[in-house]
Design a protein around this ligand. Structure first.
Ligand SMILES: NC(=O)c1ccc[n+]([C@@H]2O[C@H](COP(=O)([O-])OP(=O)(O)OC[C@H]3O[C@@H](n4cnc5c(N)ncnc54)[C@H](O)[C@@H]3O)[C@@H](O)[C@H]2O)c1
Ligand SMILES: [Zn+2]
Length: 419
């Protein structure tokens, strides 16, 4: 049977009608810097939670990163005492929950579902608060869960790592790892407020202390030459845990990061440019390839090193700039090499290149990679030469890290399993 042929219709007869909807939604949130946030003499947290004329006391469900709890065993009771001191304004609906910190907390849906169920069981409403205290991974996962329930419960982030205070905890994104990809699932969900307490940084193991320095190099290289000078000049001081230098780094990096989200014209990333992802196409892949034994900050340092060499070969950076960048990263205690960069795929190409392809897919088919264009400036490029990247990997390997530094930087593992 032949299908009935449609009645011929000329273009002028096709019905066409569209309504246009435009909604402007201003987002505003404060990123506070303080110390001793849970000392009852510090009213910042209570004032932040009760800053509007909602019901009192405000209902709060609080999640704590296990790494912070382990480093500060008195924290949980300290938080309960704080809330008790402000009992007329604040109510903890349950004792603080402890979540195993680190990347694993973002892997898969299970913990996201647990947090959503917890929020539901305690009947939090859109005037209540979820508070997340921890590293970027805990903030991403809890933030993601909170953004889904009731289409978004208020979230207060209290970042506890350098990287979370200057980058991961202050922006507008949440996420979790699925489908064998980092941050495959997530939402754009600006927080209600962010409170950075510098005291948390003193608790960090050395690896996490230096990790966030890489995000400062990232944003300095594409936005702020003077800040890059500061980082290079103070690299050793930063690594030796100089508090004043680190506090300046965190505040200035946070400022640049927020400026970019606000002024970049694309806070929810609908276009293809991703300046804040400079150095990240390879970093995200390296994290995954290492089964997350390489942390985000260390992976970003390696990603910056790789794209720095690419930029130099494309005549975007001078040889002297390259030396300063690599030395600055290394003197800060960050790696510029990992043996997994040498891993090959079935076709004999560096396996890390799959990160480029995934980044392209994520952007919608057209590649846009940010590279420095002179220190403090940036350019978007829409193609990356695979052979050039392979040459840059060779160069990074041959530059290596001196054996003395390896021990000092706790980087032995980055050069390959010990034979
Ligand atoms: N949403 C975003 O815009 C964004 C941006 C950048 C990075 N990120 C994400 O952030 C994550 C990395 O965050 P991170 O670098 O904070 O690492 P992390 O969250 O993995 O934490 C690292 C380790 O430090 C521990 N820890 C946290 N605070 C501590 C403290 N004060 N004292 C002792 N131990 C502490 C944790 O338990 C964990 O073991 C990655 O998942 C990355 O994808 C998100
Ligand atoms: Zn990052």
């Amino acid at each position: 049977m032949t299908p009935a042929s449609p009645t011929p219709i000329s273009p002028g007869e096709i019905p066409a009608f569209a309504l246009t909807q435009r909604i402007n939604v201003p987002y505003e949130y404060s990123v506070h810097f303080t110390q001793h946030v849970f000392d009852p003499r510090n009213p910042l947290f209570a004032d932040t939670v009760t800053g509007d004329d909602g019901p009192s006391p405000r209902r709060i469900l609080l999640y704590l990163d296990s790494g912070v709890c382990a480093a500060s065993p008195a924290l949980r009771t300290g938080i309960e005492d704080y809330i008790h001191a402000y009992a007329d304004r604040l109510e903890l609906v349950a004792p603080p929950r402890v979540l195993a910190g680190g990347e694993q907390v973002k892997n898969g849906w299970r913990r996201v579902q647990d947090v959503m169920a917890d929020i539901g069981d305690h009947k939090l409403c859109r005037q209540s608060y979820v508070v997340a205290v921890g590293g970027g991974a805990v903030l991403d996962m809890v933030g993601f869960a909170a953004s889904l329930v009731h289409r978004g419960i208020r979230l207060i982030r209290m970042p506890t790592t350098v990287l979370a205070q200057n980058d991961a905890g202050i922006g507008v994104k949440t996420g979790m790892n699925e489908h064998r990809q980092k941050n495959f699932v997530g939402t754009f969900a600006p927080p209600y407020a962010v409170i950075n307490d510098f005291e948390f940084l003193d608790l960090l193991p050395q690896r996490e202390w230096v990790a966030g320095i890489s995000e400062a190099f990232k944003v300095a290289l594409i936005r702020d030459a003077a800040f890059f000078d500061f980082l290079c000049k103070n690299a050793r001081k930063l690594r030796r845990r100089d508090a004043a230098a680190m506090h300046h780094l965190v505040k200035h990096c946070a400022q640049l990061h927020l400026d970019h989200i606000r002024e970049g014209g694309d806070p929810f990333e609908s276009g293809s440019a991703r300046p804040l992802d400079f150095g990240h196409w390879s970093a995200h892949k390296l994290e995954l390839m290492s089964d997350y034994t390489v942390g985000h900050g260390q992976a970003v340092a390696i990603g910056i090193a790789l794209d720095t060499l690419v930029a130099a070969r494309r005549h975007l950076l001078q040889p002297a700039d390259v030396e300063r960048i690599l030395l600055g990263l290394q003197q800060s205690g960050l790696p510029t090499w990992h043996y997994l960069l040498d891993q090959k795929d079935n076709g004999g190409l560096p396996a890390i290149l799959a990160g480029l392809e995934e980044f392209r897919e994520h952007l919608g088919g057209r590649l846009s990679i940010t590279l420095p264009n002179g220190i403090g400036h940036r350019i978007e490029v829409d193609e990356m030469d695979i052979e050039m990247i392979a040459e840059c990997i060779d160069e990074l390997r041959s530059r290596g890290t001196s054996p003395d530094d390896q021990a000092a930087l706790d980087l032995v593992d980055f050069n390959g399993p010990l034979s």
